[in-house]
Ligand binder design. Structure first.
Ligand SMILES: [Zn+2]
Length: 262
C-alpha cells in the first residue's frame, strides 16, 4: 500500500499537481504562498532505495564524485497520456465538468487531444452552460462537444485507426459511436461515475458489440507535479532519485471537483 508522507516547504515555486482521483472529476487550484504543504507518496522512494542496493552506479569524475544515474521517477506511458488528458481538460470553459481525452497511436505518439467545449465558431458566451433548465435548449447538452469528439476531430494524423484513447470519464454513447467509427481500437478511462446511466449502458453495449475493449486506469500515484520553476533551478532537484510528486511549492491541483458529464 502506498503510504503518505507529509512535506512542507518554505520555498515559493510554481508547481502544478495533477490528482488522479477515484473519479474523473478534478479541481484546478492555483495558489501562491510562501509555504505550501504537499502530501507525497513514499512508495517510489522506497522502491528506489531497495533498487539502489542492487544496481551498479556510474560515478562522474576521477576517483568518483556525484552519482550519475537514470531518473527513477519518470512517468510511465499510461500515466503520461492520462496526465495529458487531464491537463487538456483545464482548457475547458465548462463550469461544472472539465474532461480531457488523448489519442495515442501504436508507436506511443500522441495524435489527438481534446476537451469539452462549444463547437468552433460558436460564441461560448452566447450558449448556455447550465446543467438544468425548464427548456433543454437552455442547457449546455444540445451544444457542447465532448472531449472524445474533439480529440478525434483534432487528430494530426490521417487516421486514428488502431489508436488508443485515454479519457478521464468513461465515454457516453454518442462518443462510443465516434470511437467505433473512427477505428480506435481500445479505450482507457479513469472514472466510471455514471456507470448506471442509460448513456453508459448503451455505450458499453456498442463497444462490446464492436469488440473494442475498455479498461479502467489505476494510477500508481494520485498526483503528478508540474513545477514551472524547476527548469530555472540549478543542482539536483529535491525529487531526483526520489519521489516526483513530493515537489513543494505553489500547487495546481487536478483532482476532486464534481463533474457531471463527459
Ligand atoms: Zn460523450
Amino acid at each position: 500500500m502506498l503510504t503518505h508522507r507529509f512535506r512542507e516547504s518554505v520555498r515559493s515555486d510554481w508547481t502544478a499537481v495533477a490528482f488522479f482521483a477515484g473519479n474523473s472529476s478534478f479541481s484546478f487550484i492555483l495558489r501562491a504562498c510562501a509555504c505550501v504543504d504537499v502530501f507525497g507518496f513514499s512508495c517510489t522512494e522506497s522502491r528506489m532505495n531497495e533498487e539502489e542496493t542492487h544496481r551498479p552506479t556510474i560515478r562522474s569524475g576521477v576517483g568518483g564524485g556525484a552519482e550519475a544515474r537514470k531518473r527513477q521517477d519518470y512517468l510511465e506511458w499510461s500515466e503520461y497520456f492520462m496526465a495529458v488528458a487531464f491537463l487538456s481538460a483545464q482548457r475547458s470553459k465548462d463550469p461544472s465538468s472539465q474532461v480531457g481525452a488523448c489519442i495515442v497511436n501504436q508507436e506511443n505518439k500522441i495524435v489527438g487531444i481534446g476537451y469539452n467545449g462549444m463547437p468552433n465558431g460558436c460564441d461560448d458566451d452566447l450558449l448556455p452552460w447550465s446543467r438544468s433548465a425548464d427548456d433543454r435548449l437552455d442547457t449546455k447538452y444540445p451544444y457542447v462537444c465532448h472531449a472524445e469528439m474533439n480529440a478525434i476531430m483534432n487528430k494530426n494524423s490521417a487516421t486514428v485507426k488502431g489508436c488508443t484513447m485515454y479519457v478521464a470519464l468513461f465515454p457516453c454513447n454518442e462518443c462510443a459511436k465516434l470511437i467505433i467509427q473512427s477505428g480506435i481500437k481500445d479505450v482507457v478511462y479513469l472514472s466510471d461515475k455514471y456507470h448506471s446511466t442509460p448513456e453508459m449502458e448503451a455505450s458499453r453495449r456498442l463497444l462490446d458489440l464492436a469488440r473494442i475493449p475498455y479498461s479502467q486506469f489505476h494510477p500508481k500515484q494520485n498526483r503528478i507535479v508540474i513545477d514551472f520553476d524547476s527548469i530555472s533551478r540549478s543542482g539536483p532537484r529535491e525529487s531526483d532519485g526520489g519521489c516526483a510528486p513530493a515537489v513543494n511549492g505553489e500547487v495546481l491541483k487536478l483532482g476532486t471537483q464534481k463533474s457531471d458529464t463527459c
